[in-house]
Design a binder for this molecule. Structure first.
Ligand SMILES: Cc1ncc(COP(=O)(O)O)c(C=O)c1O
Length: 366
């Protein structure tokens, strides 16, 4: 038994991917985004579940992530969109990875290498982060078209504000993206597979699905837009086992800086999770945890390895070894924890680290 663990429910991932497949329908391909170790869920276990549940393609950020997946024996279509122009691409080129091209310099590298490769051109449409600027569309489209060893699968772009459904910027980006596809086709690129939608756009803007959607967060069961419910099941639970329960007297203070003082005689539970394990130190003062279905406040500062929880008079007899849910099944959601920490659920599921051990449930039909 581990003192601190994330439990990943593979059946929840399978359910979510099936749900997303239904939602996009048969004419749109589903890319499940598995970058950053599948958003902290463990790509090695999660990727096969996603493919079995109907994912058509897996998306990585870095080319190295995609190569690692191939080495794990995943033979599905893989796309990766982050690499440096002076990076050694030999493993990626021999691993049949669709490589994203976000600039003329990147395009030129692939042209000069003269090794057969499939690419997706990442175009700038208004996020201003990483993509070919409109002023260079023609040149990039043309050099890639003229390189016989390069197959352009299509265009992609990323939305800046899709998690705000009323933000007009999404329509501006969509129109710009449509323009890029027209222009590429005018210049002779077929571009059969174009993709723009992330989780929020996939869930809220069917009109922006194009030929493929790129879904990360929703595969892991979290809603990207507050207040929506698409029947997704959160896959991650972060839990710890209490290592000590000790009394504290009214007026005594606890943890670094003695920032919290007991208002009455009571008990504290010591929980082995700290900022070295990914719990944001900034959450002190607003973290609630759950023990046997009851909510308790964390008090004092978050230390590197531990926190304390105020049990009050401990009316329910909490004792060492009892399980504390930091977020997930049986406790508050990752989204609630994110709200308390002033961040987003994307960050929360990527946080458990340090001494956290990952365990898996479900997925037995694989
Ligand atoms: C280029 C790109 N596409 C798709 C995604 C998936 O986004 P989401 O997790 O909102 O589905 C990401 C993640 O940030 C991304 O960087």
């Amino acid at each position: 038994m581990s003192l601190l663990s994330t439990r990943i429910n593979l059946d929840a991932i399978s359910h979510n991917v099936r749900r997303l497949k239904e939602l996009v329908g048969p004419d749109v391909r589903l890319m499940c985004v598995v970058k950053a170790d599948a958003y902290g869920h463990g790509v090695e276990k999660v990727a096969p579940v996603m493919l079995k549940a109907g994912a058509d393609v897996l998306g990585c950020a870095t080319v190295d992530e995609a190569v690692a997946l191939r080495k794990l024996g995943i033979d599905a279509e893989l796309v990766a969109w982050m690499w440096e122009p002076d990076q050694d691409l030999s493993d990626a080129l021999s691993s049949n990875i669709v490589i994203g091209v976000p600039s003329l310099a990147h395009a030129q590298v692939l042209v000069d290498i003269e090794v057969p490769v499939k690419v997706v051109i990442k175009v700038e449409t208004g996020m201003h982060r990483n993509g070919v600027d409109p002023a260079q569309w023609d040149e990039v489209f043309t050099v890639l078209r003229d390189a016989e060893h390069i197959e352009v699968t299509g265009l992609m772009s990323h939305l800046a504000c899709a998690d705000e459904p009323d933000n007009p910027h999404t329509d501006i980006q969509a129109a710009e993206f449509q323009q890029a596809v027209y222009r590429a086709r005018e210049l002779g690129l077929e571009c059969p597979i174009n993709h723009l939608a992330n989780s929020p756009a996939t869930l809220t803007r069917k009109d922006l699905h194009f030929d493929q959607v790129r879904v990360g967060l929703a595969c892991y069961g979290l809603e990207p837009v507050a207040g929506l419910d698409h029947g997704l099941e959160p896959a991650m639970t972060w839990a710890a086992n209490i290592i000590n329960v000790k009394p504290i007297k009214k007026g005594e203070s606890s943890c670094y800086g003695l920032t919290w003082t007991a208002p009455a005689d009571g008990y504290l539970a010591v929980v082995p999770v700290g900022y070295a394990d990914g719990l944001p130190r900034s959450i002190q003062g607003s973290l609630e945890v759950t023990i046997s279905g009851k909510s308790y406040p964390h008090v004092g500062r978050v230390s590197m390895d531990q926190i304390v929880v105020d049990l009050g008079e401990n009316p329910f007899g909490v004792s060492p070894d009892d399980e504390v849910i930091i977020f997930g099944e049986g406790g508050q959601s990752a989204t609630q924890l994110a709200d308390a920490a002033g961040t987003i659920n994307y960050e929360i599921v990527c946080r458990p680290t340090g001494r956290t051990k990952r365990t898996y449930e479900g997925g037995i039909d694989l």
